[in-house]
Design a binder for this molecule. Structure first.
Ligand code: SF4
Ligand code: FES
Length: 255
């Protein structure tokens, strides 16, 4: 297949003599079930400022070279979690990955995250991921003792689960986990992170229930502590540590 190419567009004409633009090749794994059962790699050459992000490159390709290229994104600022993808073999958010940081002298490989069914190009079926999230009851559980004012919590108690409040449900961790790749039944790191966020919240009363859910054969004990999840998390959450803390809470019943 001929490589679609987008030539440099008039930065010099706009008055900037030293154009920062480079020509980069994006090698994207395409899949369209209406065309073929097989995925195939397609190269796109574009002229782009390496200080831009992979998401900018995907937009450029979609808007100027091939409108059929399909991917999810929303906020473009690392908050919504919708554009996790494998970039040069590593799970990352396209909107947080600068082109200059991923060796643009070589073709940049972009493909869907692993372990979830690819629907089209870079879009996967997130239903199993969100089902696992819902299964751990990611909401405050209390026994009807509604307070007359806000539920107070000490800074020390808040600190206990601060890290896991940062999750944006991007699935970069779960889809980097070899246990999840081999058996999609495993709850996966993201669901456990979100269970952790409530299990260790001093205001919550559903900890025992969540621990029992995660004591299941598809729960925390499937974790093999490979640290892939921690490496993949774009929010810097210590995912493996959170999983270990849930395991320890299951053994000691102290949380
Ligand atoms: S823990 Fe990190 S990698 Fe996993 S879903 Fe949350 S933000 Fe994404
Ligand atoms: S588009 Fe929202 S996190 Fe990247």
């Amino acid at each position: 297949m001929a490589t679609p190419t987008l030539e440099k567009t008039g930065n010099a004409e706009a008055g900037f003599a030293d154009t920062p633009y480079i020509t980069a090749t994006f090698r994207i794994r395409r899949f369209n079930p209406e065309v073929s059962d097989e995925a195939q790699w397609q190269d796109f050459q574009i002229s782009i400022d390496p200080k831009e992000r992979v998401l900018d490159a995907l937009h450029k390709i979609k808007w100027e070279l091939d409108g059929t290229l399909t991917f999810r994104r929303s906020c473009a600022h690392g908050i919504c979690g919708s554009d996790a993808m494998r970039i040069n073999g590593k799970n990352r958010l396209a909107c947080k990955t600068l082109i200059k940081d991923i060796n643009p002298e070589k073709p940049i490989l972009v493909e869907a995250i692993k372990g979830l069914t690819v629907l089209k190009d870079l879009v996967v079926d997130m239903d199993p991921f969100f089902q696992a999230y819902r299964d751990v009851m990611p909401f405050l559980v209390t026994k009807g003792n509604e307070p007359t004012r806000e539920r107070l919590q000490s800074p020390e108690d808040r600190e206990r689960f601060d890290d896991t409040t940062k999750c944006i449900l991007c699935a970069a961790c779960t889809s980097s986990c070899p246990v999840f790749w081999n058996d999609g039944q495993y709850f996966g790191p993201a669901a456990i992170v979100n269970a952790h966020r409530f299990i260790f919240d001093s205001r919550d009363e559903g900890g025992e229930q969540r621990l029992e859910i995660l004591n299941d054969r598809d729960g925390v004990w499937r974790c093999r502590t490979t640290f892939n999840c921690t490496d993949a998390c774009p929010r810097g959450i210590e995912v493996t540590k959170a999983i270990q803390e849930v395991k320890r809470a299951l053994i000691t019943r102290r949380f």
